[in-house]
Structure formats: structure tokens, C-alpha cells
Design a protein around this ligand. Structure first.
Ligand SMILES: Cc1ncc(COP(=O)(O)O)c(C=O)c1O
Length: 489
């Protein structure tokens, strides 16, 4: 190592292709540290040759430029201790971590065993919200949305403009009220509703607009608010994927702002929906309707908490690897098993299942989660930014928006192939999930097909990019993506 570089602090990327490579790289890193370097950037060839490269923070080669150029994850810094830890790991990294801990689960269970204090629990929830006067709490976002549509009493056959990517149950709820969802195509770069598609989908029968924030991005709402006002539409803002506990309550001028605390969401309470409804008349109607629903059984919620206790146990690399291996042995896909385990209201009879009030235990748990979250907003932004820098020429839908990276999506031309390669490296990426759908155009508006959103369905790949993955494994994800990702057409 040349003495002239000893004072530079260089960023590090390391590729743990095999256990051997890692232990060699640990030596190399220790060597680097002993020579006053913060780290270096290594690839497998240079490691097997016992050589290495160092890079400046800008990514320029500073030494040993006789080797073939290696791929660099220049922004992911790394400490040798991580390499030592990594040597014992060849475990599957889960695609996502449940955002809840044992204490909250046990708290929820204890509430299931205590007396019913629903009025107090409601008040406790309201206190934690940014806008207590407008807040209504439900069993789920879907329950709240369904109650809104009942209370709004739109004429049957009316149309609702809907962001072209949403969840299937939302469409089922709209249709169950005799209403017609009309897709609004999305800009594939920003994931914002496309203004041309918005205008072309508008008819004299349009009564509402449902705008959905996707994957953790928060899209600007001002132009949609103006559009809704201009055409007399009720504006629903679906913030289920846009919440990361920083006091965000949606756009103040959206008529209904909807949040979810279902199992895979940030700060989950394993259920619960929060709607802010601006119009006092509509709010009162919804409140009255909601109070006529039966109350969710505490026993049911207790079992749900117990089930997610098991999911929590399996949601770590070691047990998750065992689960994946067991699935392989049984000829089942771990993908399908995972989706089944975390699906909300299963099977038919969606409306019967969602038309219940939350029990006091759920409300208590929700208020506890909302309260604790007010202190520590979260997200995967740091890891996402590092990834962007390490693979800078890839398409990241929604990148320019304010983003929590609740899901980390990349758009590529070979999503299935890349997903398989990541699985082979014990990194649980996933393709378009069954919990999302692209809205089909209505028979009467065939030109309204959301072509960009349809293309995304086969081109999006969701990567495990979140804090618990660790820097070494994140470097590994970025290396595989950089090496194998192909551009989309
Ligand atoms: C965009 C979107 N809308 C609505 C929902 C439904 O939320 P809930 O499970 O609280 O009904 C989800 C849940 O994943 C979602 O992602």
C-alpha cells in the first residue's frame, strides 16, 4: 500500500462471495487498518490474488491499478468486525422485517385479557393523532373506506378515478357499492397519477378520485386537490404505504386521508385503520354507521397476536432460512407461504369481515404504537441512498419523491432472473406481490388502459434494503444488481 495514501479515509465495498473470500478480506481489512487506512474496496479476483484496491471517496483508483477494474460499492462504509460476523452467515435475509416487538405483542395480549374500555381506548388513540377532531379509528383502512362509501351515498353506476396500482380489496369494495373504478395511469418514474390519463378518465358520472401513495413515496397532492375541486370530486388519499411516523396526516385539503396499521406496515398494531374526514356531516354519518357494527372479538385478536408471535420468530435470517429450506423440501414456494401467512382478511365475505369495530385491545395497542412512534420516526432512507449511490444508473420508481423506502423497488428488464440470482445468494428479493394489482379499464372506457402501470407489473423487483440487512449484505445485493440487471424496454 502506498504511503502517500495513508491519511485518506476511503469508503469500502466488500463482496462476500464465499466464506474464504470473507476471511481473506478480513485479513486484508486488518492490513489496511494497520496501515492507517479506513478501508478499501475489494473484489473476489483481487482477494484470491491476495491483492486489493483502495478508492478515494470519489471512487477513483488510488493504488494497485494493474488489476482489472472491480465493481465498487463506493458509498457503503464498512468495518472489519462486520466481516467476521458475516463469516458464519449463509442465511436467507428476509424480504422485510415486521415493525413490532415482543413487548408490544405481549402488551396487546394482556389487553385482550383485561376489561373492555372502548371509550377510553378511543380517546387514547385520538390523543396521539395530528388532527384529533377529524380522526376516526377502524378495524382496518378497508373498513373505513367502505364506511365512507356507504355514508357518501354516491349514485349507483358512478365512477371513481383510481390510481392504477392499488390493492384488489379496494376495488372489490368500490364495486360492492355499485360504483365503477376507472384507472388513472401512473408516471412510471414518479409513480404520480398521469395528468393526461386523469383528464381522459373523467366523465359526467365521475364522483370521486382515489389517489394512492405507493411503496413509501409521498407524491405531491396539490395538482390533484385542484383537479378534484375543479370537477367537484371527493378526494380520497390512500396513505397506507406513505406512513413512517413523522406526524404526516396527508394533504390538509384531501377530503378523506386514510392510514393503515396492518401487519406489514410501519409501526404496525397488527390491525387498525385511521381516517381523517374533513366534512363534519360525512364524518358524523360515518361515526353513526360505524357504531352499529359488531365489535371484533378479543379472542380473535389474541389469536392474531399469537400468530404474529410465530411470524416474528421466523422473521430473522436463521429461522427464515430453515423455513425456506422446509418449503423447498415440501415443493412449496416460500414466497406463497409468506403471502398466505400475512394476508389480512382471508377468503370470501370481505365486507362481513371488515364491517366490525376494533376491540379495545387493538385500540390500546394502536395508541401505544402511535405514541411511541411520535418519538422516533423511521424509514430505510439511509440504506436506500447508499444503494442509489452504489448503483446509480438504475431506475428507482418514486425516487424523486419524499420517500421512506417502505418497499425498495427497482425497474429492470429481467426481474425474474435477477430475483432468482438474489435468492441463490440468500437474499430474499421479490417480484410484484399478489397483494397489489393494476386496475383494469372499464368496458365502457377501453382507451383508459393504464399501459405504464401494466408494464411495471412485470418489471418491478423489490429488494431487501432496510437497516437490519447490514452493510455487508447490502453491498452484496448492490453488487448482484449491478452485475446482472438488464435495462427494460
Ligand atoms: C395502498 C393500500 N391501501 C389500502 C390497504 C389496506 O389497508 P388495511 O389492511 O388496513 O385495510 C393497503 C394494505 O396493504 C395498502 O397497501
Amino acid at each position: 500500500m502506498s504511503a502517500t495514501h495513508q491519511s485518506s479515509r476511503v469508503a469500502v465495498g466488500i463482496y462476500p462471495l464465499s466464506r474464504n473470500a470473507i476471511s481473506m478480506s478480513t485479513n486484508v481489512l486488518q492490513d489496511a487498518a494497520a496501515n492507517g487506512y479506513y478501508g478499501g474496496n475489494y473484489d473476489i479476483d483481487s482477494l484470491t490474488l491476495g491483492k486489493y484496491k483502495t478508492w478515494s471517496p470519489e471512487g477513483r483508483i488510488r493504488s494497485d491499478d494493474t488489476l482489472a477494474p472491480c465493481e465498487i460499492s463506493s458509498s457503503i462504509s464498512f468495518h472489519p468486525a462486520c466481516a467476521r460476523r458475516q463469516t458464519s452467515e449463509s442465511e436467507m435475509i428476509p424480504r422485510k422485517r415486521l415493525d413490532i416487538g415482543w413487548r408490544d405483542l405481549l402488551f396487546g395480549m394482556s389487553q385482550c385479557l383485561s376489561g373492555d374500555r372502548r371509550a377510553k381506548s378511543h380517546a387514547a388513540c385520538r390523543e396521539t393523532t395530528g388532527d384529533p377532531d377529524e380522526a376516526l379509528f377502524f378495524l382496518s383502512l378497508r373498513s373505513g373506506f367502505d364506511a365512507c362509501l356507504q355514508a357518501a351515498r354516491f349514485p349507483r353506476g358512478s365512477q371513481i378515478l383510481v390510481s392504477a396500482i392499488t390493492i384488489p380489496d379496494i376495488l372489490e369494495i368500490i364495486r360492492s357499492h355499485g360504483l365503477v373504478p376507472v384507472p388513472v395511469d401512473l408516471d412510471p418514474l414518479t409513480l404520480e397519477p398521469d395528468p393526461d390519463s386523469l383528464r381522459s378518465g373523467l366523465t359526467p358520472g365521475t364522483v370521486a378520485l382515489l389517489a394512492t401513495h405507493l411503496f413509501g413515496a409521498r407524491n405531491p397532492m396539490d395538482s390533484l386537490v385542484r383537479f378534484a375541486r375543479m370537477h367537484g370530486l371527493v378526494l380520497f388519499e390512500d396513505c397506507a404505504q406513505a406512513y413512517w411516523g413523522d406526524g404526516f396526516t396527508g394533504h390538509p385539503d384531501s377530503d378523506v386521508r386514510m392510514f393503515s396499521f396492518g401487519p406489514i406496515k410501519y409501526n404496525t398494531a397488527l390491525g387498525g385503520g385511521l381516517l381523517y374526514v374533513g366534512d363534519p356531516v360525512l364524518r358524523e354519518r360515518i361515526r353513526r354507521l360505524h357504531s352499529s357494527y359488531p365489535v371484533q372479538g378479543k379472542g380473535w385478536f389474541f389469536l392474531r397476536l399469537a400468530k404474529y408471535g410465530v411470524v416474528l420468530l421466523l422473521n430473522r435470517p436463521g429461522p427464515y432460512s430453515l423455513l425456506c429450506a422446509a418449503c423447498r423440501l415440501l415443493g412449496r414456494s416460500h414466497d406463497a407461504v409468506g403471502y398466505r401467512a400475512t394476508r389480512g382478511f382471508r377468503g370470501m365475505e370481505l365486507l362481513r369481515k371488515i364491517r366490525r369495530q376494533p376491540c379495545s385491545a387493538l385500540l390500546r395497542l394502536l395508541s401505544r404504537r402511535l405514541h411511541s412512534n411520535a418519538l422516533k420516526p423511521r424509514g430505510c432512507r439511509r440504506e436506500a441512498m447508499a444503494f442509489h449511490r452504489s448503483v446509480s444508473d438504475l431506475c428507482y420508481p418514486g425516487r424523486r419523491a419524499e420517500h421512506s423506502y417502505w418497499l425498495f423497488a427497482v425497474r429492470v428488464g429481467n426481474a425474474s432472473d435477477l430475483c432468482r440470482r438474489l435468492w441463490d445468494a440468500d437474499l430474499d428479493a421479490h417480484l410484484w406481490p399478489p397483494s397489489l394489482c393494476v386496475v383494469e379499464p372499464d368496458r365502457n372506457l377501453p382507451d383508459q388502459a393504464p399501459t405504464s402501470a401494466m408494464a411495471l407489473r412485470s418489471q418491478l423487483l423489490f429488494l431487501p434494503v432496510y437497516p437490519q440487512v447490514g452493510r455487508v449484505r447490502l453491498g452484496h445485493v448492490s453488487r448482484i444488481v449491478r452485475r446482472w440487471a438488464r435495462p427494460y424496454e
